[in-house]
Design a protein around this ligand. Structure first.
Ligand code: FCB
Length: 453
């Protein structure tokens, strides 16, 4: 077991999942409703009308999932904790049975030689807190830090590497501006307030975790490598770059929001929102940075012949641009180019000087090729993984301090607004009975980790 980040002497490997996407058991053992339970019930919110109430049933099958991790030979498993299992009302009363579940999970991992790394927030805010304003409300930041300490108190003797947030850009801007993720609100520039509260909640939790002796608190960010089509597009897309990338890194590194960001997000110049001391608390609060990478981002000057990316609603205040998506693409429509990962790792290391972990990387493919033995022969996914692991190694060779590559994802699961229509897993999960069947990519990843690839 390791309570520390991998030392980086070689690239460590892991696999990732998230609570709402795999656990199911959404009303069991006192779990309170989260914003994803509410959002998935909204007609039209989820492509196939599905939800995470059963998902992969990992709440009951975690031993089997731990066996799958052991079979891969990964050193790390990145899971997330469902806040509303621990504090069903978001604050106050602690549900011991929720803590017991993660306790059992951690022990199951350790018994198999897999080190756990916990993410405290992968988008499933307790509905009770959303009812009081959610991430638009400053008190949610204190509630988050309290929750972090409840989880740490139970697991901290066995979990040393913590991520506060997963992809806070999605939580703030898909949730409160574009409205395509829970809680499904379209609040325009108020989403910048949510972003600041996510930063602040990280900083408050990090301070308290550090006081409790933790030395590895990070955040998993879906930073985007910006590949503007033209110099005009580069200038036009500055606001988008600010909202996607700088709003997270600048407070952590500089303790500031820059002028370009404030130009598109005047909400962040309001001293009742960004209060004295907030940004100072954020500066230096991260011990490591997680990079979730899937695809590059190619802004172009607005062009009616290029469809405007639906997520552009998620950049309130920024000038509109068109987004070019080149071939090849995965089944979810995301361009494949591993150079984006290499560039992000090198640039994020230059920017922060912090140890990095690839906290997510993987691909959705339709998985319709089955070999003679009945195994899903997902050569496209294998090629994607091979190329992106090679890109990670190139970034290391170029000097970036990348400690681990954590694959998204172990299991086919509930893919948010896409429901069960997009599969990223290296293990197929039968939607009827949750039977797990490793794909060819699972075997390939195991061989690669063993050094046999
Ligand atoms: C990321 C999410 C993760 C999963 C992958 C495909 O944005 O963090 O939960 O949905 O994308």
């Amino acid at each position: 077991m390791s309570l520390h980040l991998p030392d980086g002497s070689t690239l460590a490997y892991g696999a990732a999942t998230a609570s709402y996407q795999i656990e199911g058991a959404s009303t069991e053992d006192g779990r309170g409703p989260s914003i994803w339970d509410t959002f998935t019930a909204r007609p039209g919110a989820i492509r196939d009308g599905s939800d995470g109430s059963v998902a992969c049933d990992s709440y009951h099958r975690y031993e089997e999932d731990a066996d799958l991790l052991a079979g891969l030979g990964v050193g790390w498993y990145r899971f997330s904790v469902a806040w509303s299992r621990i504090l069903p009302e978001g604050t106050g009363r602690v549900e011991t049975r929720g803590l017991d579940y993660y306790d059992r999970l951690v022990d199951a991992l350790l018994a198999r030689g897999v080190s756990p790394t916990a993410t405290l927030y992968h988008w499933d805010l307790p509905q009770a807190l959303e009812d009081r304003g959610g991430w638009l409300e400053r008190s949610t930041t204190e509630a988050f830090a309290d929750y972090a300490m409840v989880v740490h108190e139970r697991l901290g003797d066995r979990v040393g590497v913590w991520a506060t947030h997963n992809e806070p850009w999605c939580a703030a801007y898909l949730g409160y501006a574009a409205g395509i993720h829970a809680p499904g609100r379209r609040e325009g520039g108020r989403a910048h307030v949510a972003a600041h509260h996510l930063v602040l909640s990280h900083a408050l939790a990090a301070q308290r975790l550090h006081e409790a002796g933790v030395t590895a608190v990070g955040m998993a960010l879906n930073l985007a490598p910006f590949w503007p089509e033209t110099p005009e597009a580069e200038a036009a897309a500055d606001g988008i770059d600010a909202i996607r990338n700088r709003v997270w890194l600048d407070p952590l590194v500089d303790g500031a929001y820059d002028e370009g960001l404030l130009a598109v997000a005047p909400e962040l110049a309001d001293p009742t929102v960004v209060r004295d001391g907030d940004l100072e608390l954020a500066r230096g609060s991260a011990d490591w940075i997680g990079i979730n990478y899937y695809t590059p981002f190619r802004p172009a000057v607005p062009d009616p012949s290029i469809p405007v990316h639906h997520e552009l609603d998620a950049y309130p205040g920024a000038a509109p641009v068109s987004i070019v998506v080149r071939e090849p693409r995965t089944d979810i429509g995301w361009e494949v180019d591993a150079r984006g990962l290499e560039e992000l790792l090198v640039e994020t290391y230059e920017r922060t000087g912090l140890p990095l972990v690839v906290t997510e990387n993987g691909a959705a493919y339709a998985d319709d090729t089955v070999d003679d033995t009945g195994v899903i022969d997902d050569q496209d996914r294998i090629a994607y993984l091979r190329d992106h692991i090679a890109a990670t190694e190139r970034a290391r060779a170029a000097g970036a301090d990348v400690r681990a590559y954590i694959l998204w994802t172990l299991l086919d699961n509930f893919e948010w607004a896409e429901g069960y229509t997009k599969t990223f897993g290296i293990v197929h999960v039968d939607p009827q009975d949750q039977t797990r069947t490793p794909k060819a990519s699972y075997q390939w990843f195991a061989q690669h980790i063993a050094g046999a690839d």
